[in-house]
Design a protein around this ligand. Structure first.
Ligand code: ADP
Ligand code: MG
Length: 546
């Protein structure tokens, strides 16, 4: 039968399509990158399925992306032999958005005037819709890799709704036909398509043909020798795997044989989208075995706090048919995780001295992830503590030091590391907590984030030196002699009368009022009997996701 079902797009998608269709975006050729990357993703999935399941439909079909242009019909067709989609998958994958980050992205786009940055579309899991920048109708013919099942045809003009019709059975995979808008006819020209593929998709790990001619060189960059790879190759590869348009901030390419055979290529992106309120970043490092994708954007191969990384980890030692279900318990995967994480931390440590400016930029954008790691990841806590950076009473605003810097210049009579928490340098320096330290010439670390105090509270000491909050009540700065009382000081009797009176006035708001030995200029200071003030602030935060 050829019953036609008409379905509405989800609200967010309607909003997105409205923006996409009406955008005067100059780099609209990125739509091809998105469609080719979807085709490549679908083939990565099938390649894995071929290894793990029997009975995949058309198992001998060549894994290849075919692009055909028709200059007279003004169509562009992209065909893959990937996993294809069932009818349910069509509805679920194309027509609905589940990820909250994508919704945030759409909201963000809607709030912008003419400056809409559609370049980010692929990073937010809605790349497919970029097809409507150039097409006024898209037809998808698809056939799932499951033996049973049928072929389906999805079609839409991108305005409000789409149709699904049962189609003729066809070879496994997906064929997308773009009916080009009048001002986009250039994308039915072979030369244009070849140029765009070269520009955006040279690292697709499958052969791509344009009207039957092969246009890319297929290679797994991470298995090549570093000396054979140019900076530009790396950057293009990053853009391909991360659906990114920017240059990476850092890259780390390393191979090792012991304790595990690993080939790894990792990138730190230029921007941290979590910082901009786009929701939680999804992990972006994929796990391979001998160039075969085992798990895309694996949540297991690196700790959660490294979710900002993009890249590839390839290990020959993984069993090819490792199932995603047993991966969680795989000792090998956790070993990979540990080795790569340590190597990456060591890399950052090295960069902090060899590329201090770049490291500072990294720190400013990504410090929260490292702190999250230092707070939660006990395996790597020690290594991560070394990477933490702070301002202090001895630095200029914006200048950063490590705990090692601090420890290296402690005063002879100083036995502990002191820190104080506050929302800003100005607030900390105008408060009373620093006075005694200034007087003794002790440096005090300024912590502006509650998580810093949480970490200090958790680790307690650094290289044998206690970490002490400057607002702790029982601060002992190692004085044996009490400061001599000045001439006009109150008598002990008067002090007692004053503190008793204050206690009466303040009632249950205080547990104790006593004469201070730490103040120099300020008349009074509030201290916490339960550890530090900032710990209390932290307690108020515990239910938040830090
Ligand atoms: P993303 O690729 O980030 O998931 P897209 O908007 O590009 O977001 O694609 C949405 C979904 O549509 C994909 O996750 C996939 O499930 C499905 N899809 C798109 N193109 C194909 C294709 N060529 N073959 C199979 N599935 C596809
Ligand atoms: Mg995509």
């Amino acid at each position: 039968s050829t019953a036609v079902e008409t379905k509405e797009f989800q609200t967010e998608i309607r909003q997105l399509l409205d923006i996409v269709i009406h955008s005067l975006y100059t780099e609209r050729e990125i739509f091809l990158r998105e469609l080719v990357s979807n085709a490549a993703d679908a083939m990565e999935k099938v390649r894995y399925t071929l290894l793990t399941e029997s009975g995949v439909k058309d198992k001998d079909a060549a894994l290849e992306i075919q692009i055909d242009t028709d200059d007279s019909a003004h169509t562009l067709t992209i065909t893959d032999t990937g996993v294809g989609m069932t009818k349910e998958e069509l509805v679920e994958n194309i027509g609905t958005i589940a990820h909250s980050g994508s919704k945030e992205f759409i909201k963000h786009l809607s709030s912008k005037g003419d400056q809409k940055d559609l370049n980010l579309i692929g990073q937010f899991g809605v790349g497919f819709y970029s097809a409507f920048m150039v097409a006024d109708k898209v037809t998808i013919h698809t056939r799932s890799y499951h033996q049973e099942g049928k072929g389906y045809v999805w079609e839409s003009d991108g305005v409000g709704s789409y149709t699904i019709t049962e189609g003729e059975d066809r070879v496994r995979g997906t064929k997308m036909v773009l009916h080009l808008k009048e001002d986009a006819h250039e994308f039915a020209k072979e030369e244009t398509i070849k140029r765009v593929i070269k520009q955006y998709s040279s690292f697709v790990p499958y052969p791509i043909t344009v009207n039957g001619q092969k246009v890319n060189t297929v290679d797994a960059l991470w298995t090549k020798n570093k000396s054979e790879i140019s900076d530009n190759d790396y950057t293009e590869f990053y853009k391909f795997i991360a659906n990114a348009f920017d240059e990476p901030l850092f890259r780390l390419h390393f191979s090792s044989d012991a304790p595990l055979n690993i080939n790894t290529l990792l990138f730190v992106p230029k921007e941290n989208f979590e910082q901009f309120g786009f929701g939680r970043t999804e992990p972006g490092v994929s796990l391979y075995c001998k160039k075969v994708l085992i798990q895309e954007k694996s949540p297991l191969v690196l700790p959660e706090w490294l979710r900002f990384l993009r890249g590839v980890i390839d290990s020959e030692e993984l069993p090819l048919n490792i199932s995603r279900e047993t991966m969680q318990d795989s000792a090998l995967v956790s070993k990979l995780n540990k080795v790569v994480t340590s190597r990456f931390i060591k890399f950052l440590d090295g960069q902090s001295t060899s590329e201090p400016e770049k490291f500072k930029e990294f720190w400013e954008k990504f410090n929260f992830y490292l702190k999250e790691g230092a707070a939660n990841d006990l395996t790597h806590q020690k290594e991560l503590i070394k990477l933490l950076r702070f301002e202090s009473s001895s630095t200029q605003p914006g200048e950063l030091i490590s705990l090692a810097d601090y420890a290296g210049r402690m005063k002879e009579d100083q036995s502990a590391i002191y820190y104080v928490n506050g929302p800003s340098r100005e607030v900390i320096e105008s408060g009373p907590y620093l006075e005694i330290f200034k007087n003794k010439g002790f440096e005090v670390i300024y912590t502006y984030a509650a998580i810093d105090d949480y970490i200090f509270g958790a680790i307690r000491e650094y290289e044998g030196k206690r970490l002490i909050s400057a607002d702790e009540a029982d601060l002992n700065l190692g004085d044996t002699e009490q400061q001599s009382r000045s001439e006009d000081a109150l008598s002990e009797e008067d002090v007692l009368a004053l503190t008793n009176w204050l206690k009466e006035v303040l009632g249950s708001k205080v547990t104790e009022v006593r004469e201070s030995k730490r103040l120099v200029d300020s008349p009074a200071v509030v201290l916490s009997p339960y550890g530090t003030n900032s710990m209390q602030r932290m307690m108020q935060l515990v239910n938040k996701d830090f």
